[in-house]
Design a protein around this ligand. Structure first.
Ligand SMILES: *Cc1c(COP(=O)(O)O)cnc(C)c1O
Length: 395
């Protein structure tokens, strides 16, 4: 058991737990009782790993980035989650949860989505498994993420626009929880990040931990040792970061540096930097850091990157930041944009805007020339092209 990991009550230090309405108690409790046994079973592991290999395209490469290494004076490896089917790490988790849903006898899938990336991953696995799928999405997001809505519809999902509140992610989440309360027995709620009530954060972290499992093997092959000096990832809710660090949490030789979305700056009021600006509260069924007013109203987050535009943070990451195990930096929009152009021009890889927040950490650290750095490129940038083109660099 990791000392930085979850305790038997579903807490990481002061954060976590399961704060759900009474009517969901049994559903969440069933999941808590069954998830470890199922996902650790031979049958589950066999099907999960076969799909990760043949459907997702894993293992994702660990690529030695020569020109970026020269630029930053270290040995930089990129973990290429951008090469996965559907273009990001989210598919790893969606496959794992739908296999779990099937084994728990659930017949219907629901999910919420902000930018649409988790909605697309969920609609994809529902098509694969022939299960009915309803995706809740704020009406504002439906309008601004139109191509992802079209993808979900083509995949056969029903996209339900949510008209309450600000019509964004947290309103979609409230609506998904409302649906779950009405159909607790037959419906499985696929949550897309290391958030939500226990056991979701731990479930998602374990499903994504295939990332660090592969890093260990691949580093051994490239470097003759199975650990890096630094691990770097971006954090929205925290799932790609959790997957990247999972098998290294207790290895103090490995420094963990995470990038959250600073937006226009942590003092600007337009930010999604929850570690820097949040206070303890309850969101989506867990106690964690939350961006909120002094009287507990959740404040609307802002980031140029839709996937990081979230007013909470996974309880694991809140704990790692509080304990000092992870160093969390706030990366502003302009820094992320510059980092995305740099990777594109030096390595020919257009990263997702989310991943660019991890890349923008590099100029903020000082490395020794033999430092081995592994940075997870969580997704590809095709979905962000219009944003990139409307922010062309000066040079
Ligand atoms: C959704 C998303 C993220 C943020 O989610 P995490 O759970 O923090 O990983 C990061 N990168 C990409 C490409 C995404 O789609």
């Amino acid at each position: 058991m990791h000392s930085h990991n979850i305790d038997t009550n579903g807490f990481y230090g002061a954060f976590g737990g399961a704060y759900v309405p009474e009517i969901l108690y049994k559903t969440v409790e069933d999941l808590r009782r069954e998830y470890l046994g199922i996902i650790q079973s031979e049958d589950f592991q066999r099907e999960f790993h076969l799909l990760l290999r043949d459907y997702v395209g894993r293992p994702s490469p660990l690529y030695y980035a020569r020109r970026m290494s020269q630029r930053y004076g270290c040995r930089l490896y990129l973990k290429r989650e951008d090469l996965n089917h559907t273009g990001a790490h989210k598919i790893n988790n969606a496959i794992g949860q739908i296999l779990l849903a099937q084994r728990m006898g659930k017949r219907r899938i629901i999910a919420e989505t902000g930018a649409g990336q988790h909605g697309v991953a969920t609609a994809t696995v529902c098509a694969l498994m022939n299960m009915p799928c309803r995706i809740y999405m704020g009406a504002t997001d439906v309008a601004r993420q139109h191509t992802n809505v079209e993808r979900m519809k083509m995949l056969g999902a029903e996209v339900f626009p949510v008209e309450s509140g600000n019509k964004t992610l947290k309103d979609a989440t409230n609506e998904a929880i409302r649906d779950w309360c009405c159909h607790p027995a037959d419906t499985f709620y696929i949550i897309g990040s290391t958030v939500g009530p226990h056991p979701y954060p731990d479930l998602v972290a374990r499903l994504q931990s295939v990332i660090s499992e592969e890093i260990k093997e691949q580093l051994l092959e490239h470097e003759g040792r199975d650990y890096p000096d630094y691990l770097i990832a971006c954090v929205g809710g925290g799932s790609n970061a959790a997957g990247t660090i999972f098998h290294y949490l207790d290895d103090e030789r490995v420094r963990i540096v995470l990038g959250e979305a600073g937006g226009h700056g942590i003092e600007s009021g337009e930010t999604a930097a929850t570690i820097h600006c949040g206070t303890t509260g309850i969101i989506h069924g867990a106690r964690t850091l939350v961006m909120q007013t002094p009287d507990g109203q959740i404040t609307e987050p802002y980031s140029i990157s839709a996937g990081l535009d979230y007013p909470g943070i996974g309880p694991l990451h809140a704990h790692l930041a509080q304990s000092g195990r992870a160093n969390v930096l706030a990366i502003n929009d302009d820094e992320a944009l510059q980092a995305a152009y740099e990777l594109t021009r030096l390595e020919g890889i257009i990263p997702a805007l989310e991943s660019a927040h991890a890349l923008a950490i590099l100029p903020k650290l000082s490395f020794r020339s033999d430092d081995v750095v592994v940075l997870t490129v969580s997704g590809r940038g095709d979905k962000d092209l219009s944003t990139y083109l409307s922010h062309l660099p000066q040079s």
